[in-house]
Write a protein that binds this ligand. Structure first.
Ligand code: COA
Length: 282
């Protein structure tokens, strides 16, 4: 089956709703998509110089992943070879498929349908969800999440507790994109289709969503998403968590401020020093 045929089959079964359940061609198409995602042959978003954002969203991929949820039945996942030690009075609860609770395998897990390139390091606990693409030499540190369909480039450092949002829930159309050589600091969050361009640095604690204005002190500009474009953090920008005064209503009267990410500079030699990756860890 060619990729175009696969796309058509997925779109047809997605549109058919519950009728896809029990249809073996739907399952075959989903399994083909899952392995194409795992091999990196198919991506939820692909670099595209012709698109204004530089990325083309392949909406049918998300449909295919959702189709996989519709087709799947609850099953137990055995985990041979693991051993844990804890107080005997508080053993881990055990669920069976009849309990109706879905327990996704973890501490660390890379779900089927995710592409994880050679040389990627995954520190426990971390999670890479279906449809995600994580390229060579990237470090996914402890408590980091690569959400569904998120695209992460080469030599990216996703620091401890960095959260890269997915597209499944709440429902989002465009995957988050983290381009090559980006440093995402500890406790950062990048959500709702934001694109972080090559070499950018998000200082610890920076959070960006589609609705978050970003204040570029260097160029005197306020960056926002538009109807056509996601929020884009420019190449080599160094973004730190800041705040801005509320300028109207009760917020102003009460002297409140709200969170605001601020571009304080563009990458320089000092930033290179502060963000040097450890080759020995790779
Ligand atoms: C952003 C970072 C890489 C520093 O980059 P840098 O280029 O060396 O930045 P500088 O120290 O020159 O700081 C530039 C400006 O940003 C400010 N700044 C730097 N980091 C900041 C932060 N986290 N929050 C707020 N302001 C910050 C500095 O005070 C400075 O402002 P000033 O010129 O008015 O004094 C670093 O602060 C950082 O957050 N690193 C990530 C650490 C991390 O998450 N590690 C995870 C390990 S798992």
């Amino acid at each position: 089956m060619t990729i175009t045929q696969l796309q058509e089959t997925i779109e047809r079964h997605f549109a058919s709703g519950p009728a896809a359940i029990g249809d073996s061609t739907a399952m075959t198409a989903f399994l083909a998509l899952r392995s194409a995602l795992e091999s990196g042959e198919v991506r939820a978003a692909s670099p595209d110089a012709a698109s204004p954002s530089g990325w083309r969203v392949n909406a049918w991929v998300k449909q295919g992943i959702l189709l996989g949820f519709r087709l799947g039945a609850l099953e137990e996942f055995p985990a041979p070879g693991l051993s844990f030690v804890d107080k005997g009075t508080f053993p881990v609860r055990h669920f069976g498929s009849g309990d109706g609770v879905r327990v996704v395998p973890g501490g660390s897990a890379e779900r089927s349908g995710a592409f994880v390139a050679r040389g990627v390091v995954c520190m426990p606990p971390m999670y890479i969800n279906a449809g995600a693409y994580v390229d060579e030499g990237t470090m996914v540190d402890s408590h980091a999440l690569v959400g569904s369909c998120a695209q992460v480039g080469k030599r990216v450092h996703l620091s401890a507790a960095a959260q890269i949002g997915g597209v499944l829930e709440p429902v989002n159309a465009s995957p988050v994109v983290i381009e090559d050589d980006v440093l995402v600091g500890g406790n950062c969050g990048v959500y709702e289709g934001a694109i972080v361009r090559k070499g950018a640095v998000l200082a610890a604690g920076t959070i960006v969503t589609r609705g978050t204005p970003v204040y570029d002190l260097v160029n005197g500009a306020i960056l926002r998403a538009t109807a056509e474009m996601p929020l884009i953090i420019p190449e080599n920008a160094v973004v730190v968590p800041g705040s801005r005064a509320v300028t109207k209503g009760n917020g102003q009267q009460w002297g409140l401020s709200v969170y605001a990410p601020v571009i304080v500079k563009y990458r320089d030699e000092k930033t290179d020093l502060s963000t040097t990756l450890e080759e020995l860890l790779r």
